[in-house]
Ligand binder design. Structure first.
Ligand SMILES: Cc1cc2nc3c(=O)[nH]c(=O)nc-3n(C[C@H](O)[C@H](O)[C@H](O)COP(=O)(O)OP(=O)(O)OC[C@H]3O[C@@H](n4cnc5c(N)ncnc54)[C@H](O)[C@@H]3O)c2cc1C
Length: 313
């Protein structure tokens, strides 16, 4: 694999490329660091008593169900949180299983590339999204996160690391999505990436009946375009009530211009509300991908975090 840096960033502005470092030594270092992380994972697995419950010691999680307290130490995943390499020519990334989408996107955007499906919370990991499934505003054209996995290394219950792909351990490869760790843990994943433009132009379409929203959504999914023929790259459906719902349609664009910022005082979900017809907005691709993260969709309200004074802190 050639670890090129900016080969596909043709339309991206210069600041897109900030942080892209010289590839050769960094790539070797990243691979060595990953190999070291795998060794630490295996050592922690071998150190478990034979009867111990096996679980991951992850710094982040999006599981909210209560879990039994487990005395045994979790597996050491500390060395599996990195992006190992981005191959801008092949449009693929090799990624540690516990790498968050925040870190993954930060590594791919400087190349003008993004994962095919980016979940809306920064702390979701690639391994978690693939094994727990996920869905996003590109899913109508790119499917679910596991559908862009080309191959993955899995720690199995036998304490071995196996590489699974459509041709190698193909049964494990097919069964892994939605297995929630029961078939093993993803240690490294190679995923496809897609080119992205620096900005997303948004149109928020108001509906007064859910049936009308569904009909419009079906047409977009079928044709990949709005009724006027405009290509659709991103598609969210947001329902406030039976009488108030929206389709938030995004189109990638390289055209520069003013952009909105919903990481401070302004709140994204409120920005889409209006009485009738369509409104328009623009975000950088980075802010588009994380549009729901600042306010955890709308859940931040429950913690008082939508109050203007609290937001200033
Ligand atoms: C509030 C909320 C919002 C969400 N929003 C979105 C969204 O916008 N888009 C979306 O696609 N999904 C969303 N999800 C679903 C989320 O993608 C899944 O819950 C995903 O499994 C969480 O991944 P995680 O990395 O946080 O894993 P965890 O929460 O830590 O673990 C989830 C499960 O996956 C297993 N697991 C974790 N890592 C691995 C691994 N490397 N290999 C094997 N098994 C592993 C764990 O054992 C556990 O069973 C949301 C979930 C919540 C609770």
């Amino acid at each position: 694999m050639s670890e090129a840096t900016c080969t596909s960033a043709g339309t991206a502005p210069a600041d897109y490329r900030e942080g892209v470092s010289a590839p050769a030594t960094d790539a070797i270092d990243a691979r060595a660091a990953h190999a070291d992380g795998v060794e630490r994972l295996l050592a922690s697995y071998r150190a478990l008593p034979a009867t111990a419950t096996v679980r991951l010691a992850k710094p982040t999680s999006n599981l909210f169900r209560s879990r039994d307290r487990v005395e045994a130490r979790g597996l050491d995943t500390s060395g599996l949180t990195q992006v190992i390499a981005v191959d801008a020519e092949a449009r693929t990334a090799d990624v540690g299983g516990m790498c968050t989408f925040e870190d993954l996107v930060a590594a791919t955007l400087p190349h003008g590339l993004a994962p095919l499906v980016v979940p809306q919370l920064k702390t979701i990991t690639l391994g978690g999204a693939v094994t727990g499934l996920g869905i996003e505003s590109t899913s109508f054209r790119n499917g679910l996160p596991h559908e862009s996995v080309l191959e993955l290394d899995i720690l199995t219950g036998a304490g071995e690391i196996v590489t699974a792909s459509p041709t190698e351990h193909a049964d494990l490869f097919r069964a892994f999505p939605n297995s929630y760790g029961t078939l093993g843990y993803a240690v490294r994943l190679r995923i496809e990436l897609e080119p992205v433009e620096p900005f997303v132009a948004l149109t928020h379409l108001r509906f007064h009946a859910i049936a009308d929203l569904i009909a419009a959504m079906d047409r977009i999914v079928e044709t990949g375009a709005l009724d006027d023929g405009t290509r659709v790259d991103y598609l969210d459906g947001v329902v406030f009530s039976a009488e108030e719902s929206y389709l938030c349609v995004g189109v990638q664009t390289a055209a520069s211009g003013p952009t909105s910022d919903y990481t401070g005082q302004r709140i994204f979900y409120r920005s889409i509300q209006h009485a009738e017809g369509a409104t328009h907005d623009r975000l950088t691709i980075h802010d588009y991908l994380w549009r729901w993260d600042t306010d955890w969709f709308w859940c931040s309200q429950a913690f008082g975090a939508q109050h203007p004074l609290v937001r200033r802190l």
